[in-house]
Structures are given as C-alpha cells and as structure tokens.
Design a protein around this ligand. Structure first.
Ligand code: ADP
Length: 655
C-alpha cells in the first residue's frame, strides 16, 4: 500500500470515529430525560434553590429540569394565571413530553390540579413544599404523591421545655395568616402540657411598626423564651420577608429565640426542628424515580416529620449557654468551628508523613553511624590486640632466633677450629677424609640454619618497621659482578652456566651493600635451585641515567601464572612440602622485595611454567653526601655467599 493510500485511509478512519462520537451525543440528547418543575415563586425566593438542589441531588443530575415560575407572591389574579397557562401550553406543544412534573408549593399545586388534564395528561405529578391543609386534602383526593411542608412546633416546644427549668413566658412570634393558623393552634394546644410556661403570642404585622418593635424589645432572657415562625407573604408589601424579620428579631429581641426555619439561624436565632427544603427536594426526587421505575402503584405522602431536621447555630447555642448535650444527638450544628486538624488535614498529613520520613531517615542515619562507630571501635580494639599479639610474636621469634644464632655460630667456629687442626694431618688418610666430610656437612647445615635464622630475624624486623638501610656509595658493577662470580662453584655443581653482562664498567651509587648482596644472592640461589642441569643463568646489569636494572633470568622450571602475584608474599612456595625438590623456607623473595623497596626500587617477575623465570630489580641511582664508603665495610662476603647458598649442596675437595 502506498503512503498516499495509507494517509487517505487514516483520514477516513478518524472522520468516521468523529462522526460516530457526534451521533452518539445526538442520540444521548434525544434520549435526555426531563422534568418540568413549576415553582409558585421566583428564583429569588429563599426556599426555591434548596428544593431544586435536593431534587438534582437525588436525581444524580441525570434529568434536565425545566423550571417555570408562577410568581404567585406578586400576581395572584386569574388573568395572570391564564397567561401563565397559555405560555406553558405553548411551550409544552413545542417541547417534547416531560417524564414528570414537580409542583413546588401551594400555588403550583393548585394550578397543577386545575390544569392537570389539559396540560399534564398521563404525566406523573409529584408535589412538594405544600403546607395548606386544604391543598393537601385536594392533592390526596387527586391521588397525587408528594412532600408536605409543616413546622415542627410541638417538637421544638418540647425541646425548649427540657432546656429551661424555671417558669418563663413562652412567646410565639408568628404571622396571623390563614396558612399558619394551624401552627398557632398547635402552639396553644401544648399550653396545658407545658404548664410551667406562660404562653404568649405576638403577631407579626404586615409592616414592622413601633408597637410591634416595642413588644419585641420588652422581651428579655430572664423572663422570656421565644419561638419564631416565619410569616407568610401573599402579596406585595403585605408582610415582611424572612431576612427582614430575621434582622428585626436579632436587633430587638434579647431573649433566646428558637425557630422552625433554617434560614433564621444565621443571625441570632438558636435553632430547633426546622423545615428543610433541600430534604423536601430529595424526597420528591425519590418519589419521581420510584414512579418512573415502577410505575404509579399507590399514593405516597411524605410528612414533615421525615423532612424537618434538628438544626442549631453553634455560636447562638454558646451565647445562650446551652450545652450540646441538651439538644438531640443527630442535630446539625452550623458554624461549628472546624478543628485545626480537620481544616488543614490535607496539609498536615503529608507534612506529618514527610516529617516522620525525615525523622526516620535521620534516626536511621544516627543509628547507622552509632553502630558503625561501635563496630569501628571493636575493629580498632581488635586491630590493636592483633598488633600487640603480632609484636609479641615477632619479639618472641626475634629473641628465639638470636638465641639460636649463638649456638649455631659456636658450632660453626668449632668446625673451623677442627678443620684447622685436621689440616695438619695427611689429607689422603681415610679417617681424615671422613672427618673432613663430616665437618663439611656440619658447616653446610650450620650455614642453612644461620640463613633461616637471619631470614626470620629480617622478616620480624621488617614487620616491626625496624629495618634500616646502611647506605654507602659503592661501585655496584664490581659488587654485583663479584657476587655473581661467588656463586659459580654452586652453579657448576649443578652443571649450570652463569653468564654475566653489563653495559657499564663502573657505577657508583648509594646502596646498602650487605642487603643488595643478599638480594642478588637470593635471586641467584633460586635461579640455581630451580634450574635443570645444563641450564643457563643470565645476570645482566643495565644502567640508564637514573636507574640501575639488574636482570636475573634462567631457563628453569618456571612459575605457574596463577602464582606470580603471590610469589613475593611471605612463606610462599609454589611446590608443597611433599612435591618439593628444593630446600627453602619461602621467605627469601619477601625479604628481596622489602630490601629493594627500602632502596625506593622495584622488583618484577615474568615467568612461564617449564620455560624459566626472569626477575628484574630496578633501583634509582643516587649518591649520598656523607661518603661513608668503606667505613662500615663488612668483609664477610664469602661467609654471606656460603650462608645464602647453603640450600645448595656443594662437594668440597675433601668430600
Ligand atoms: P625459598 O626459600 O623457598 O626459595 P623464596 O621466597 O626465595 O623462598 O621463593 C619462593 C618460591 O618461589 C620458591 O619456593 C619457588 O617455588 C619459587 N621460585 C623462586 N625463584 C624461582 C625461580 N627462579 N624459578 C622457579 N621458581 C622460583
């Protein structure tokens, strides 16, 4: 498929999806469920919004609610009603059918009943907020379901009765309208039951005149407790509004005021069992859903007991010293200060978690460092103990070695004395030959013992950092050459050829003569020990401007690659005791390395198993100012050779 075709296909797919989505929306719009809500009043009427909110809440906002306002507060005449009827009829003819009709308040109910057949035929009707007795009867006769609005006078009065013990005037402030006649009746009906109160009634006039205001001002908290019932408004200027009356009461009445309307709570009124229009809307919504889902089965009237709610103002309770224990448990308390924790919950919890997290991390770090310090202390103590033990061991070894050296030296000098004595006799005599032979064996083994003792003492000294260099300016060419020459008898004994070569005739540099000699003897001794008969040993001296290189290579048994890195370790021997073909203690090379490093030099090894080994010593060339040359000369060269090469048996003339 070409790219062009692919693009066109993609374009059509996207367009199809968009059309499908658009169609889906349209289908949804056509299927939208709707309810006609006829309010007796206007949007500004205080109860309207709460009724609508309650309804929407219950219907989960799934219904479109078309609201029509009768405005019957202001327009009560038939002409206006007819206009409203015609307008509604026109709208209904041009609008699709409603799923249900809600008639909110008395005027709407009367209108709905009157025009039920011509406007709402076969549409379920539910009323709400209807409070006039005669209208409730009418609705019942029409077999309509709905929610009744009624003030909870008796419940609120019973509460007042429980709160106040002493005799008081119980004053009802209410409008004297026909609609509220039953509330005034309800009030006075309780007079005999609540006999500790002196029942009084102050009628709310259409306008708040001085006489009315004076009556209010005469009320006081010591003698009076008030129940305020909102006056009904049935025409322009014929009564004061809820908010106005609220204002008047809070400004003029110093006695505690209870009420039957939630809207009165914001000012100075305490509360009571109040009419709840939100709850009315919810209950009406429930009735609608029930009818739409199950069909209209039987009439259901929701009474005010099921919608009115205990509600109080926190501050007014407090200012009137009424403890919350005195009011019903399920009461709603408005304006209750929200505890700090609740207000800042969203902020406090993450902050707390972060804080705890930080503290935990800090604690963990502290614990870790304390633990670390403790283990470091333990380690340090263990190190000190180990060092002490090691020093003690080194001292012991060093002492023992020194102690051993004396008897060995005595044995050695005794053999020398015996050798001198026997030299006077006929050397061809068989007995003399045997004595000489045994003297050689004693001398050789004394030397081996001495070498071992010397090495042990050196290792102990190196371990304890007691090894010092005794530097003198020496001609290292002759020193090294002499040393190489001195091992020739040992090499010849093993049928080996030693080839010495140098690129300089003379090279003066500062060395510890004795130590350098031992280093070279050790390497040569190893080369002889680990070479096959007829092998070759090369000893090359290469001097550069600043370095002396001495290379000893053999074509002997060589060293396995895996052992190369450990060969300079103390006590390291490649062969184990059972397979060893040569004598030795495994400390020679570690001493070589230490002595070379004391000279600030390096020692390297390259080797291949079966092919031979090459040891390279690299020493920096330097001269010391204080020429002590020959001052400490030790003329024990021959002795050293014999000792260092004591692992190799040499036949002497006398053997
Ligand atoms: P030792 O006293 O046993 O010779 P060294 O420290 O001098 O101790 O040598 C350690 C080991 O290194 C020897 O035992 C041997 O296995 C190996 N080695 C040293 N030099 C050579 C060499 N030239 N050829 C082969 N192996 C060697």
């Amino acid at each position: 498929m070409t790219t062009m075709k692919k693009t066109i296909l993609l374009f059509y797919t996207v367009i199809s999806i968009l059309i499908a989505l658009f169609m889906q929306n349209k289908v949804y719009a056509d299927n939208e469920k709707s309810i006609l809500f006829i309010s007796s009043y206007t949007p500004s009427f205080i109860s309207f919004n709460d009724q609508l909110k309650g309804l929407n809440y219950c219907l989960n906002n799934n219904y479109h609610i078309q609201v029509e306002y009768m405005n019957s507060e202001k327009f009560t005449d038939e002409k206006h009603e007819l206009h409203f009827y015609n307008l509604l009829k026109l709208k209904l003819e041009n609008y699709k059918n409603f799923d249900a009709v809600v008639l909110a308040d008395d005027a709407a109910l009367n209108f709905g009943i009157k025009y039920k057949n011509s406007l709402f035929k076969d549409i379920p009707i539910v009323f709400l907020g209807v409070s006039e007795e005669k209208n409730i009867v009418k609705a019942k006769n029409e077999n309509m379901s709905g929610v009744v609005e009624y003030s909870s006078i008796s419940e609120t009065l019973n509460l007042i009765h429980n709160i106040y013990n002493n005799n008081k005037n119980l004053v009802l402030i209410a409008g004297n309208h026909i609609k509220y006649k039953h509330e005034i009746n309800d009030f006075f009906k309780l007079q005999s039951k609540l006999s500790k109160f002196n029942f009084k009634y102050i009628e709310i006039p259409p306008k708040a005149d001085d006489e009315f205001l004076n009556k209010l001002r005469n009320l006081n908290s010591k003698d009076d407790v008030v129940l305020f019932v909102y006056p009904y408004r049935d025409g322009i200027g014929r009564s004061i509004s809820i908010l106005e009356s609220n204002d008047i009461i809070s400004k003029n009445v110093s006695a505690p005021v209870y009420t039957t309307l939630s809207y009165n709570l914001e000012n100075s009124m305490i509360g009571g069992k109040v009419i709840c229009h939100f709850e009315q809307g919810k209950k009406a919504g429930k009735l609608i859903l029930d009818i739409l889902e199950n069909g209209y089965t039987n009439q259901r009237i929701i009474t005010y007991e099921n919608t009115n709610t205990w509600m109080f103002n926190y501050y007014n309770l407090k200012s009137n010293v009424i403890h919350t224990d005195l009011i019903p448990k399920d009461s709603i308390i408005i304006n209750k200060p929200i505890p700090f924790f609740v207000t800042y919950k969203k902020l406090i919890i993450p902050t707390l978690i972060t804080f705890i997290g930080f503290i935990s991390i800090i604690l963990a770090l502290i614990m870790y460092s304390v633990k670390k310090r403790k283990s470091e202390e333990v380690l340090y103590k263990a190190k000190l103990l180990a060092e002490d033990a090691n020093n003690a061991k080194n001292n012991f070894i060093s002492n023992i070695s020194h102690e051993l050296r004396t008897p060995v030296a005595i044995i050695y000098s005794s053999t020398q004395l015996l050798r001198k004595l026997i030299s006077k006799y006929d050397q061809q005599n068989e007995k003399v030959k045997i004595i000489n032979n045994n003297l050689n064996i004693i001398t050789q083994n004394s030397n081996r013992l001495l070498r071992l003792i010397n090495n042990i003492i050196d290792v102990a000294k190196i371990d304890s950092d007691f090894t010092n260099l005794n530097l003198t300016n020496e001609n290292v060419v002759s020193l090294i050459e002499d040393t190489v020459l001195s091992v020739l008898p040992y090499a010849e004994e093993k049928n080996l050829e030693v080839i010495f070569d140098t690129n300089v005739e003379e090279l003066i540099m500062a060395v510890d003569k004795e130590k350098l000699e031992r280093v070279i003897l050790n390497l040569l001794s190893n080369a002889i020990k680990f070479s096959y008969s007829k092998g070759k040993i090369f000893a090359n001296l290469i001097a550069t401007d600043d370095k002396l290189k001495f290379i000893i290579s053999d074509n002997g048994i060589g060293i396995d690659e895996k052992n190369l890195s450990k060969i300079f370790d103390k006590f390291m021997q490649v062969d184990n005791l059972l397979t060893r073909r040569n004598e030795g203690s495994g400390i020679g090379l570690s001493i070589v390395k230490s002595f070379v490093e004391l000279h600030n030099g390096n020692v390297y090894l390259t080797s291949k198993l079966g092919e031979g080994s090459t040891f390279t010593i690299e020493l920096p060339i330097k001269i010391i100012d204080d020429d002590l040359n020959n001052a400490n000369e030790i003329n024990a060269h021959d002795v050293n050779v014999n000792i260092e090469l004591s692992d190799i048996y040499v036949k002497r003339d006398s053997d």
